[in-house]
Design a protein around this ligand. Sequence first.
Ligand code: S3P
Length: 443
Amino acid sequence: MGDSPSVSFSVSPGGRLRGTVRVPGDKSISHRAVMLGAIADGDTEISGFLEGEDTLATLAAFRAMGVGAEGPSGAGLVIHGVGRDGLSAPGGPLYLGNSGTSMRLLAGLMVGQAFGVELTGDASLSGRPMRRVTDPLTGMGAVIQASPDGTPPLRIQGGAGLRGIRYAMPVASAQVKSCLLLAGLFAEGRTCVTESAPTRDHTERMLQGFGYPVSRQSGQVCVQGGGRLTGMCIDVPADISSAAFFMVGAAIADGSDVLLEHVGVNPTRTGVIEILRLMGADLRVLNERAVGGEPVADLRIRSSSLRGVRIPEDLVPLAIDEFPAVFVAAACAEGDTVLTGAGELRVKESDRIQVMADGLQSLGADARATPDGMLIRGGGLRGGRIDSHGDHRVAMAFAMAALCAADTVEIQDCANVDTSFPGFASLAREAGLGIRVQPESHG
Ligand code: S3P
């Protein structure tokens, strides 16, 4: 988070990735497991929990609202649910660090409480758009205020009576959808959210796992307010968004062969597999199985020569967090890659279109930012220095870029890698990446 000591990565060029890798637990599922576990009746036992700064921020928020929890320890966590009306007023603002998911989902949950609360975050989160949640929540009767430009902090007044809403989302966002469904649990009547394109559906699946009825039909999901949740056991699969760095690393580095174990392959998240396959990646999905309502598989990826592609726009929401890694694959491929319809990337932890285009250019690539995407002419990379702008996924993507670079890649401002992927550098080093972590010299 903002106050972590700064570190940079220095990654030697070349090398290859090999072996069996299990990346940490899914961030989206870990957040939701804590949130739903907290308002359920009885205990929720979570295994595979992501001990990243983002999910720990969510856990700390619920502890501040009186929720007992044991752990996390060895990725195990038990949440002692307080029931739907059992949360208590925290002693001060809830600080959510870098985590947009914590802020947007909690906003939905908090507007239904009897007490008021303030949600704050670090510099990156404090610049991210919140009207996408405050507008529809206000439409449900919530009293919620952002800063004048629609960014955090969010100030929520308790005790507002909520009514259900029918809402067609102007942007395809799982965070907005989940926020409204969570508010809908506390609203009178029915809340229905329509999405123009499928987005990750972990909230819907997990609500059903907690015994809460959810009705789903093409592009629309509805909940009826007033029900209760029952604690459950949740096995969190490895995060496909973290696995994506190893997929790309193995695809671009000659002689690579990596098996990624127990990865969540929910069809609303597998856009990266489809895009890499379109580019010619040798990627196999093995041992597909269902684990606690979520599909899981092992992924084997071996190096192959990649070609540039025009990325189908319908894959954008299904790969929304994986574009930093995909851009690196495109720069190492032969031919042009064109991405359109991805303007949302400009409002993630950083402006991922600009920051990635700038970084790729620093490594000698022909990459041009467009308002809603990027044009990348493949052909390999030289070495250079990158500013990750504190964006975890930008930092990890450029670390993997060294595998197809001619010289060392130095990446600055990498402390936030711990928000989603604690242990990234050691796991990547074990697999063969020549990565060193060093304290940032200019503090
Ligand atoms: C998330 C949804 C996505 C994603 C984010 C996590 C979630 O955001 O980028 O990292 O857990 O619901 P949007 O739904 O706003 O695109």
